[in-house]
Design a protein around this ligand. Structure first.
Ligand SMILES: Cc1cc2nc3c(=O)[nH]c(=O)nc-3n(C[C@H](O)[C@H](O)[C@H](O)COP(=O)(O)OP(=O)(O)OC[C@H]3O[C@@H](n4cnc5c(N)ncnc54)[C@H](O)[C@@H]3O)c2cc1C
Length: 390
């Protein structure tokens, strides 16, 4: 088989790139090592920047997002037992974020790909990119025990943190930067109305808590937990009790509970690889970088990478220029590092670190106080939260 762009990974970055290429008349094939139902069963991000919504529209996949997504104009930073609202809309000159689950975004992109006749090969085993340093790259994989090969012009490695693309790059050609945080997030999903109409990021002496949502009937809550915590130690009742303790009293009293249908622990890490291009192989999204979920940047960074790569590929095929592809890594990394900095900063500001002494605690309190009382500081937070421009 031959295609113009072979895409490894059918997560948000692979699907969005595939759909933009298809809309531009550029042939592409997506391969994923798992099946469609497995991908749609993954519960992940839920806050979309305007740039991500714009890209979904550009990929002609944004209709349901606009009909069912919840636009949010602000969020609450809760500490000292009180809410301090960050007015995203007012502070950024009219910008907002959209609450729409990653699962639904993925479902929309998959449905549109099927309608437009795009090829996705699910359950592809031993996917491997070859010869990407030269002019004729190709991918090999196995399906139902039979070996296959796809020749292509370019390979997009959209296969997440544990994928094969980054691992295929010679160690001497790549540099990795990493920070592991000394705690995780215990998350719970339940069909209960959200406790507040906007997200609440709570800093409390017992640890961080986040009240988030997927819709007006489905809530996603998180509490900070030790890295070695086990999910089986947390009954629903224990989770709800702990969440209530970390929220201002009026929210704790208003919290409506329901049986959970997903509960998991995610470690927090910042990770970046440089560069993001190796000959004709491009790393995109989580394959190249990971951020802690605190600032809701993971999925949105994947989308901005897609924007840069799609622009470069469109320029290559339509204008016969490689300028965009040559600039891909530098453009993407400039935005990635700013989001990594923001996620690190927000994580540092609202979590309780196990080794925090009295001095560090006072600095954290001063920072929260400054942030919520200075318009300049609130604006910097809001500008980063709604997403820096591409
Ligand atoms: C548990 C969890 C919770 C998260 N919560 C949030 C959140 O609240 N907010 C936020 O902004 N972000 C969150 N994120 C991050 C966000 O989900 C990711 O940034 C986003 O999924 C990145 O999309 P992607 O397409 O680059 O990678 P992925 O979504 O990881 O997709 C990669 C795809 O590649 C496939 N693949 C992997 N290896 C291979 C292989 N060898 N061969 C073929 N295919 C392969 C995988 O099956 C997968 O379908 C979370 C992530 C996790 C893991």
């Amino acid at each position: 088989m031959r295609t113009q762009v072979a895409i490894i990974g059918s997560g948000p970055s692979g699907l969005l790139l595939g759909q933009l290429l298809t809309e531009a008349g550029i042939d592409n094939v997506i391969l994923d090592r798992v099946g469609k139902d497995y991908i749609l069963g993954r519960v992940r991000a839920g806050v979309l920047e305007e740039g991500t919504v714009w890209l979904m529209d550009k990929a002609k996949s944004g209709a349901r997002l606009h009909a069912e997504g919840l636009p949010h104009d602000g969020f609450s930073l809760a500490f000292d037992g009180r809410d301090h609202r960050i007015d995203l809309h007012g502070l950024t000159g009219g910008k907002r974020v959209m609450i729409y689950g990653q699962t639904e975004l993925t479902r929309d992109l998959m449905a549109h790909r099927e309608q437009s006749g795009g090829l996705t090969i699910y359950d592809a085993a031993n996917v491997c990119p070859h010869e990407f340093e030269g002019a004729a790259p190709y991918i090999t994989y196995e399906k139902e025990g039979i070996a296959h090969r796809i020749d292509c012009d370019f390979i997009a490695g959209c296969d997440g943190f544990h994928g094969v693309s980054r691992k295929s790059v010679p160690a001497k050609a790549i540099r990795c930067f990493e920070k592991i945080y000394p705690f995780g997030w215990l998350g719970l999903l339940a069909d209960a109305p959200p406790v507040n109409h906007e997200l609440i990021y709570a800093n409390h002496p017992r640890g961080f808590a986040l009240c988030s949502m997927r819709s007006m009937t489905r809530s996603r809550y998180y509490i900070q937990c030790p890295l070695d915590e086990k999910v089986e130690n947390w009954s629903d009742d224990r989770f709800w009790d702990e969440l209530r303790r970390r929220l201002p009293a009026h929210h704790a009293e208003a919290l409506l509970t329901a049986p959970s249908f997903e509960k998991s622990i995610a470690p927090l890490r910042s990770f970046v690889t440089e560069p993001m291009r190796f000959g004709r192989l491009f790393l995109v999204g989580d394959a190249a970088h990971i951020v802690p979920p605190t600032g809701a940047k993971g999925l949105n960074l994947a989308a901005s990478d897609v924007h840069y790569l799609f622009s470069g590929l469109a320029e290559h095929y339509q204008d016969h220029s490689n300028a965009g592809l040559d600039a891909y890594s530098a453009h993407a990394l400039a935005r990635v590092w700013k989001a990594v900095r923001f996620s690190w900063w927000m994580t540092t500001m609202i979590h309780r670190f196990p080794d925090t002494g009295d001095f560090d605690q006072k600095i954290q309190e001063a920072e929260l106080d400054y942030l919520t009382h200075s318009r300049a500081a609130s604006t910097a937070l809001a500008e980063n939260y709604v997403g820096l421009p591409f």
